[in-house]
Structures are given as structure tokens and as C-alpha cells.
Design a protein around this ligand. Structure first.
Ligand code: ATP
Length: 323
């Protein structure tokens, strides 16, 4: 099922939450809506779902204009940040819920439901939790069950709004890898809202970078990272350093930097303000005289310039964008 968003605008009182949004999502694609808080991601997701009506513009599912259709007739599955599992129902009954709520004509019999729920629990690798209640699960397990429940009614489109937002960093990481793998298996057209650039980079086929109600750029993770369409995209997609060299502003990422203990041609001197080992790489914060913003450098932990380096020493660096 492809999704076409054309010329969608939405205003809340005087506030323009979305301004002429155009976006085409191919069938089976996983697209991330990425942007800072308040940029309009959730509003766009809710308009795609049919939970919110745009002031103008159209939503087209697979060539068919669904703008006037109610959320119940759009056949979308949702997973939100805060688990919406029913607390008084077991995991099994939660996943079966949507199937049992179908109109009699479409409702599968209990044997089929049982098989289907077990298949779905197998898909999210939690079949062994079928008899538990939601408050006997971890946060990550609950989100996987929420996903199984959303998939049970065989939606044409899956919409996820910060589904891992409430979980701790390690579980988030595990779950997003797991979601990317699951998507490879199921290949359901999916739209994923996040404000976390790492999450978007890791999960999505394409990233839609939003800012203040408009789309700044649409592209693959590699494109938006290495060919940012604007300074906003550059800054949003990773740590960025900014340095005035002559009459030029140079933007470069922490890893795009050459370091040396000795003065060399084209290198600038800086004071080492902090050294933070992060495993395979080490982060160094540098202070440059006459320059307000610190420079963040990142090099391999065994880099020659780090040997015996201490705070306060002088280090020489040269930005190397594209390194
Ligand atoms: N029902 C509403 N009434 C008034 N203003 C609203 C309403 N819903 C959203 N807004 C405003 O529209 C803007 C976009 O909101 P939206 O929830 O889409 O942002 P977001 O990018 O999803 O942010 P977050 O990451 O914080 O959830 C915000 O400034 C918000 O305050």
C-alpha cells in the first residue's frame, strides 16, 4: 500500500503546525519522520491515520483518496509511546482483541484466532508470555506485544509514534534493530515518528527531516547525513562543529578532523578541555582561542595523538570535511 500526502496543511488557531506537506511513500517502505519537538511529526502521522483532519490537502492510499474516510475505514495499525495494552487482559487476549472485535461476517473462529495469535507472538518472539498480564512484562516486551496486537488485524499501513520513547537507551537500541528485522520480514508500509536521529538512521529506508511544520529534506539515511540540504539538517543529523576559517564558515563532524601533537601547516592550535574514552573511539573537547564554541573531535582510541595526552595540553587540529 503506497501513501501519498499532497499539499497537506494544518493550523491550530493561529499556529501553522503543517505547511504544504508533500510526501510519497512507496509500498513496503519504512519511513521515519524525524525532527525536533513540536515540528509537526505527530500531527502528520495523525492526519495519515485519519485521527486528525487537515485544513487542506489530500491523503491517498494506493491511488485512492482516503481524505474523507474515518480512521476505522483506513485499515491502519498503531503503536504509540505509551503502551495501550488492556491491563485486565492476558497477552494472548490483548493480541486477539482486534480479531474478536471484527464484525461477525469477518471474524475468524476461535481456532483460527488461536493459531494467528501464536504466530504473531512467535513473530515478536514472545510466545512464552501468552498467559501473562501487561504489568508482568518489561517495557520492551509490552511494546513488542503492542506491535503484535497492531499487526493482528492485518493493517495495510503501520504507524508508530515514538514507540520506544519511554524505554531506556539499551532496550531502545535492541528494539529498533529488532523492528528493522521484523520489517524486512513483514514488509508493511510503515511510518515511524522519532526525534532521535540515531534511531531514524538505523531503522528507516528513508528519512523525512521536518522543522517548524515543513519538510527540510527527504532521503536515505546516507543522503541526509552526508548530503544535508540545509544547515538545519546538518546540525540535526549529528554533532556538528563550526569554525570560521578566513571568510568561510566550515562545518564538520567530530570524526572529520585531523589531530597532531606538533604544529603543522594549516593546523590550528587548541587547548584540550576534556578527554572522554567511549570504547573504540575517544572524544576530545578542544577550546580554540578567540572562538566561542568548543570543537569536538573523535578519533580511534589508539590514535597517536592521544598517547599520554592530558587536559590543558595544546593539540593541533585541521577540519577535514568528508573524511
Ligand atoms: N490539538 C492541538 N491544539 C493546538 N495546538 C496543537 C494541537 N496539536 C498539536 N499542536 C501544536 O502543533 C505543533 C506540532 O505538534 P506535534 O505534536 O505534531 O509535534 P511533534 O513534532 O510530534 O512534537 P513532539 O516530538 O514533541 O511530539 C506543536 O507546536 C503543538 O503544540
Amino acid at each position: 500500500m503506497s501513501i501519498e500526502v499532497s499539499n497537506v496543511s494544518k493550523q491550530f488557531n493561529q499556529f501553522k503546525a503543517l505547511n504544504e506537506i508533500n510526501l510519497n511513500i512507496a509500498s513496503g517502505e519504512l519511513v521515519a519522520l524525524l525532527g525536533p519537538s513540536g515540528c509537526g511529526k505527530t500531527t502528520l502521522l495523525r492526519i495519515i491515520a485519519g485521527l486528525e483532519t487537515p485544513d487542506s490537502g489530500r491523503i491517498v492510499f494506493h491511488g485512492e483518496d482516503v481524505s474523507g474516510r474515518d480512521v476505522r475505514d483506513r485499515n491502519v495499525g498503531f503503536v504509540f509511546q505509551h503502551y495501550a495494552l488492556f491491563r485486565h487482559m492476558t497477552v494472548f487476549d490483548n493480541v486477539a482483541f482486534g480479531l474478536r472485535m471484527k464484525p461477525r461476517r469477518e471474524r475468524p473462529n476461535e481456532t483460527v484466532i488461536k493459531q494467528k495469535v501464536h504466530d504473531l507472538l512467535g513473530l515478536v518472539q514472545l510466545d512464552w508470555l501468552a498467559d501473562r498480564y501487561p504489568d508482568q512484562l518489561s517495557g520492551g516486551q509490552r511494546q513488542r506485544i503492542a506491535l503484535a496486537r497492531a499487526l493482528a488485524v492485518e493493517p495495510k499501513v503501520l504507524l508508530l509514534d515514538e514507540p520506544f520513547g519511554a524505554l531506556d537507551a539499551k532496550v531502545r537500541k535492541e528494539l529498533r534493530r529488532w523492528l528493522a528485522r521484523l520489517h524486512e520480514e513483514v514488509h508493511l508500509t510503515s511510518v515511524f515518528v522519532t526525534h532521535d536521529q540515531e534511531e531514524a538512521m538505523e531503522v528507516a529506508d528513508r528519512i523525512v527531516v521536518m522543522n517548524k511544520g515543513v519538510i527540510e529534506q527527504i532521503g536515505s539515511p546516507a543522503e541526509v547525513y552526508s548530503q544535508p540540504a540545509s544547515d538545519f539538517v546538518y546540525h540535526f543529523l549529528g554533532d556538528a562543529n563550526q569554525l570560521q576559517i578566513g571568510d568561510r564558515q566550515v562545518l564538520f563532524r567530530p570524526h572529520e578532523i585531523a589531530l597532531s601533537r606538533q604544529a603543522e601547516a594549516d593546523y590550528r592550535a587548541a587547548h584540550v578541555h576534556a578527554i572522554r574514552p567511549l570504547g573504540a573511539v575517544t572524544r576530545i573537547t578542544l577550546k580554540v582561542d578567540g572562538h566561542d564554541q568548543d570543537i569536538e573531535a573523535q578519533v580511534a582510541q589508539d590514535h597517536a595523538s592521544l598517547v599520554g595526552l592530558t587536559r590543558g595540553e595544546t593539540l593541533y587540529f585541521r577540519p577535514q570535511p568528508g573524511l
